[in-house]
Design a protein around this ligand. Structure first.
Ligand SMILES: [Ca+2]
Ligand SMILES: [Ca+2]
Length: 245
């Protein structure tokens, strides 16, 4: 009576063993499948490859996203890198030179924003928006936004007045929603904000130029003094009596 039992138990043990082996194999296959993930190569043309582990991905110079697919890799192309973007001539002037734009915009009031991403690629079709503080009223109809072209550039005419001298966040530039510049200086030859560059502004300019009042609103290039380089910026819009529409 014991014999069949032993046989039966042996058969059961064998079956159990084969079930366990199959399970272990399945687990192994499953673990292996889970180990793959997306290796994002953000600056490479192919953008992503599927690899088995982080080590393999690091060897390729990417970053590993365990269990992910390539669709999960971030697309760097539209995200600007603030330090790589350029703004002329505002970066050199350490702020915005703004000016009522009629009849002809003052040269320095036309800024060229070049949007670059972290891969040193230009960003086309980026939405660029300039925002000024209340101390720098924009002329009626002034457009302070645009879309970058194939070279990743957009030219904006800053048709505005007033003075922000060393005031944080006075002039902001955003590209695709990300702040790429935050200037403390936004200065206009129409500093009295009456909408035109006239005698009142010249009187204020002269006072700073001659040192009768402290250097503030008419130091357009923000080098610490109201001098000849500022006169060069003030001259043309004053001669043309630049004004808002
Ligand atoms: Ca004025
Ligand atoms: Ca100056």
């Amino acid at each position: 009576m014991l014999k069949p039992r032993r046989l039966s138990r042996g058969t059961t043990d064998l079956s159990l063993l084969s079930v366990l082996c199959t399970a272990a194999l399945l687990l192994l296959v499953q673990t292996d499948a889970l180990a793959t993930g997306a290796c994002c190569l953000v600056c490479e043309p192919e953008n992503c490859v599927i690899v088995e582990d982080e080590e393999e991905c690091l060897g390729l110079g990417g970053f590993f996203m365990d269990g992910s697919t390539c669709e999960d890799c971030p697309m760097p192309s539209i995200v600007p890198s603030p330090e790589k973007c350029t703004v002329t001539p505002a970066d050199a002037l350490v702020g915005f030179f703004v000016c009522p734009s009629l009849p002809v915009p003052a040269e320095a009031s036309m800024i060229t924003v070049t949007v670059i991403n972290s891969c040193d690629q230009v960003v086309q079709n980026a939405t660029v928006v300039v925002a000024l503080a209340a101390a720098n009223p924009v002329c009626p109809g002034g457009v302070l936004s645009g879309i970058t072209n194939r070279e990743g550039q957009v030219v904006l005419t800053l048709s505005a007045s007033g003075c922000s001298d060393g005031v944080p966040l006075s002039g902001i530039i955003k590209a695709n929603g990300l702040t790429i510049r935050a200037y403390e200086n936004v200065k206009s030859p129409d500093s009295d904000t009456d909408g035109s560059v006239g005698l009142g502004d010249l009187v204020e300019f002269s006072s700073e130029f001659l040192g009768n009042t402290p250097t503030t609103c008419h130091d357009y290039d923000n080098d610490g003094e109201t001098g000849l380089s500022d006169l060069v910026l003030m001259g043309p819009p004053f001669s043309a009596r630049n004004h808002c529409p």
